[in-house]
Structure formats: C-alpha cells, structure tokens
Design a protein around this ligand. Structure first.
Ligand code: LMR
Length: 397
C-alpha cells in the first residue's frame, strides 16, 4: 500500500543534532539546533513558568476545549508584547491574533490563509533560509522563491540586492522577513534599512509575513520588534508569527502566536473568523497548559519582571560568548576574520567555513555545526569556548 511513499531523509537540523547526541566522545560541542543553554550546559526551566504552571495546576480546571483562536488572555498578551500596549493598531483593535502551535504553527495557518486569499501569489524567502520556511509554505500549496539576502564578503546583509529583488516583485507577492536575529545568518537589517524596505513593501503592495522566533535575543524585547511596530505605524497590512520557544525556554509546550494587522477592527474580526476556520481544519484548537502559563506570566507584574530578567541574562550570555570567540580567534588565528561573531546577533552566526572545514571540526574535534556553517551560539559556554576557538583556529590556519 505504501511502497511508493518516499522515505524522509530527516530534517537537516534535527539530524545533525542527533548525530551530536550519538557521539560518544566526552569532549564535544553542540552548535547545531537553536536551543538556549545555560553556562553549565543545561536548558533552563524558568522560575516564572514553573510558578505559573503550579498556579494553573492548583486551579484544577476541567480540560475542556479552548476556543479555536486560543485563550483570550494569551492573545491579548501576544499583541502587547509584539506590537506594544501603546500602539495604535493594538488600541484600535485592528489586529487579529490566534494562539498557535509554536511559531511553526503560526506560519502554517498564516500560509493557508494567504494561499486561500491569493491563490496565484508566490512566497519570497531570504537566501539563505531556515529550510523549513520553504517546506511549510510549500505544504500550504504556495510556490516559494528566494531573494538575495546575505553577502558572504561583508558577512552582513546584501541590502542592495535584497531591495532590488523585492522591488521587482508582482503586487500581492508574499515576502517572508525576520524582524530580528535572522536564522540562519544572524545578519540583521539596521533600523534605517527597515524603514527603506517598509516604504518599498508599501509602494509595491506586497504582503509581508514577519517571523519573530527570537524576540529579546538581539537588542531587547522592544528593540527587536522595531520592524513590526514601524510597519504597523506605516499603515501596512501584514502577518506576524511569534514564538515563545526560545525566549521562554518553552520549546516542548509549542506556544506561539499569529497576528494579522488589518485595516480596521471590522476587517480584523472577519480575518479572525477565517483563521479559526483554518485552525479547525488543521488541528481544531490549541492546547491549554503552556498557553495558561505564558498568559499568567505576561499578565503578572512580578512574574513579568522575573521573565524580563531571564531574557536579559540570556541575551547577555550570548553576547559574551560572541565576544569571547572573537577575542580568542584574534589571538589564535589573526588572519581569519572573525568579526562576524560580533557583527551578527541573536542565536545564530554564519561562520563562512567550507564543508571540508565543517566536517573536520565534526570528525576531528567533536564540534558540531550545520553543514551550512551555521552555529547556534548559546551552545558555547565558558567551559568550551576556548576549545571551540582552538578547534576553529586549527581548521582555518
Ligand atoms: C533552529 O533553526 O535550529 C530552530 O529554529 C529549531 C528548528 O525547529 O529548526
């Protein structure tokens, strides 16, 4: 019956993460999947979510279905966090938000709605991309394409190329953008560049879809939402997927949000209905446990402050590791330009290493990064950063 089913080669990110786990060597470094690790190598369980989970458990609420759009308190908290409580779009209730199964679930439901609304439109995704963007939108029936994004010479954004490609798109094309901490390169647009891009998106009547999986890991919770907030101010209509997997260290709970900024409240209400229809067709309604915890934290002054301190500490640790690698490589391999470590930001960096160098790191040193040369910076700790710098210096010298 299923002989014709093509075997799944596995996801490139999860596959290499599993190879790391299977490696029996004691000395090894995991820079594969985007997971935040503490300096002792553990994945944090934040005290704010532990307290909120306990409160929810003690309420002993029956586990009836949530509405298709999710918890009202959660959806409101998502809007305040992503758009800012003082934003005009939030206050005039012209944003339709649903609770989703992580950021990935938001991309899927948003893609389904876009394909239904604009069946002939295609999606444009940065080159290089988080590969799953192509898979998710392809799964929605949308043809995906690439726009220029990364300049391997400067190890920053090829803004001219990006702007030229996006300027040439047909009206109502979908454009996938990362408001902060670009995955996989860590190369982000400056605020000035965002403003230029927003003007083009508006003029060309394009439909932006912003994927924010790392809010708080770049410059700060508000700073990282700059592009989203400016887009709302500029009067664009667009989609935002946000995720709490990383900034709440809440990966397994699958907590995300999909927000669609509309012209006015009436249209937002209509869009929310359509989103519900797609949720119903996909998975009916979201799970309650994680959603209650996140909403409790974001609604409580005390727990919010505790969370803020955690996000600030995570960002500071990533920053410190970036500088530690940069400084150490300047000593060990001065001819190698490691400035990308401090120019790029957030969870990931693009090392620019060749596949031979990447394989040598993996085989000889137990240092695992993706085949593209992407590293997940929080895999570095004060314990292994020197070893990483030495291993890298050995393969680039
Ligand atoms: C990553 O890029 O490593 C993370 O976003 C995890 C994932 O689901 O791929």
């Amino acid at each position: 019956m299923f002989e014709h089913v093509v075997p799944y080669a596995g996801d490139p990110i999860f596959r290499i993460a599993a190879q790391f786990q299977a490696d029996q060597r004691e000395k090894k470094v995991n820079l594969t999947i985007g997971l935040y690790f503490e300096d002792d190598g553990s994945v944090p369980l934040l005290s704010c979510t532990q307290i909120a989970e306990k409160q929810w458990a003690e309420q002993k609420q029956p586990r009836t279905y949530l509405p298709m759009e999710g918890l009202a308190t959660y959806r409101d908290a998502v809007q305040r966090l992503v758009f800012g409580a003082d934003s005009e779009a939030y206050q005039s209730k012209r944003i339709a938000t649903i609770q989703t199964l992580g950021g990935t679930g938001a991309l899927k439901v948003g893609g389904d709605l876009l394909h239904e609304a604009y069946p002939d439109s295609q999606m444009w995704i940065s080159d290089p991309a988080w590969d799953n963007h192509h898979s998710i939108f392809g799964g929605c029936g949308i043809k995906t394409n690439k726009y220029r994004y990364f300049d391997s010479q400067t190890q920053g954004v090829d803004f001219e190329g990006m702007l030229a490609d996006i300027s040439a798109l047909a009206e109502h094309s979908f454009v996938l953008l990362h408001p902060c901490c670009h995955n996989p390169t860590g190369a982000d647009l400056s605020n000035d560049q965002w403003l230029q891009l927003i003007a083009v998106l508006k003029e060309k009547k394009l439909i932006p879809f912003l994927d924010m999986a790392y809010q708080g890991f770049g410059q700060g919770l508000d700073e990282d939402a700059f592009a989203i907030r400016e887009m709302a101010k500029a009067g664009l209509e667009f989609l935002v997927a946000n995720s709490f997997s990383k900034n709440f260290s809440y990966y397994a709970e699958r907590c995300g949000g999909l927000s669609i900024v509309c012209k006015d409240q009436a249209q937002a209400d209509q869009v929310l209905g359509k989103l519900n229809a797609w949720v119903r067709k996909n998975y009916s309604n979201p799970p309650a446990h994680g959603g209650h915890a996140i909403a409790t934290v974001l609604d409580s002054d005390e727990l919010y402050q505790s969370w803020l301190a955690d996000v600030t500490a995570m960002r500071a640790r990533i920053h410190a590791m970036r500088h530690a690698v940069y400084d150490r490589l300047n000593e060990l391999a001065p001819a190698y330009d490691a400035s990308y470590m401090i120019k790029q930001q957030g969870m990931f960096s693009y090392t620019g290493l060749s596949i031979e160098q990447i394989m040598r790191l993996r085989e000889e040193f137990g240092v695992y990064m993706l085949d593209s040369g992407r590293i997940s910076v929080p895999g570095l700790t004060t314990q292994n950063v020197d070893y990483y710098a030495q291993s890298l210096a050995a393969v680039v010298s």
